[in-house]
Design a protein around this ligand. Structure first.
Ligand code: FPP
Length: 256
């Protein structure tokens, strides 16, 4: 029987963690990424910043596919921060339109590949058309049991903590919770990430040594990897190399 060339491609695209020198038992369950450097990538090529974001969206597709194939359970991508609203109106509009395009074009692939789609951040601040596509994608993928892909949109770590503090304070005020019963778990239950493990690995592209208000509470013990590669140039090979680096680290959590 003649083999279907698309099947061969699918097989070739599948990453076997062992073949890549990755130890399946030591993979991080949650990888978070600060995708940075789209603007600089475009500037270096004398292109408009928006073209950097467009190329960055292609990298998002590649990273989502690769993480799923490698066997990562949770992938969280910082796609738009609360601070990003201060960018020029045209750039914000271009980012929102790219986001909408991404949700429409990737929805079916997420359904087929068992990916559950999630958003963390102030969804209500996003344009209605983007909110609608988010809802459609969440609905279409809600029963999926594979990798959970979260996009951080209009997300800020401090705003998330303020929201949690207000909710906990309201429970105390209403007599549903005593002050002494508040633990770190109480706070974690009020974060957008309440149903996820904390990220074990945080990757940042484009060389900046900053956290930029991303998952402030959740990265308490995350291993951090900063690469100089600009996000549009980030590759599957580099992702695997970073995962290997992570597997070689000694995680002590404050112990000796
Ligand atoms: C940083 O580049 C990146 C962002 C502001 C947002 C990330 C957006 C994308 C990867 C594209 C669209 C996303 C999806 C999910 C389809 P920068 O503009 O801060 O780069 P610079 O620091 O070099 O100026």
């Amino acid at each position: 029987m003649k083999s279907d060339p698309s099947d061969t491609k699918k097989l070739a695209d599948t990453i076997n963690p062992l073949e890549n020198g990755l130890d399946r038992a030591k993979l991080p369950s949650h990888v978070a990424i600060i995708m940075d450097g789209n603007g600089r990538w475009a500037q270096k090529k004398l292109l408009n910043r928006v073209m950097g974001h467009e190329k960055g969206a292609d990298t998002v597709r590649m990273v989502v596919r690769s993480c799923r194939e490698i066997g990562i359970s949770f992938l969280t991508l910082y796609a738009f921060s609360t601070e990003n609203w201060q960018r020029p109106k045209t750039e914000v509009a271009a980012l929102m339109s790219l986001l909408k395009k991404f949700l429409v074009s990737e929805r079916q692939e997420m359904v087929v590949n068992n990916i559950r789609f999630n958003v963390i951040g102030e969804r209500e601040r996003l344009p209605q058309a983007v909110q609608d596509e988010i809802q459609r994608t969440r609905d279409a993928t809600k029963t999926n049991t594979g990798m959970c892909l979260s996009l951080a949109l209009s997300y800020g770590g401090r705003a998330e903590l303020v929201k949690a503090v207000k909710e906990v304070a309201a429970s105390v005020r209403d007599g549903r919770l005593s002050l002494d019963a508040i633990t770190p778990e109480t706070v974690a239950r009020h974060l957008y990430t309440s149903d996820m493990p904390d990220p074990e690995l945080l990757i940042r592209t484009s060389g900046e040594m900053r956290i930029s208000n991303f998952l402030l509470w959740q990265i308490a013990y995350a291993e951090i990897y900063v690469t100089n590669t600009l996000w549009p140039d980030f590759s599957r090979e580099e992702l695997i190399q970073i995962l290997k680096d992570y597997q070689g680290r000694d995680r002590r959590f404050g112990r000796v």
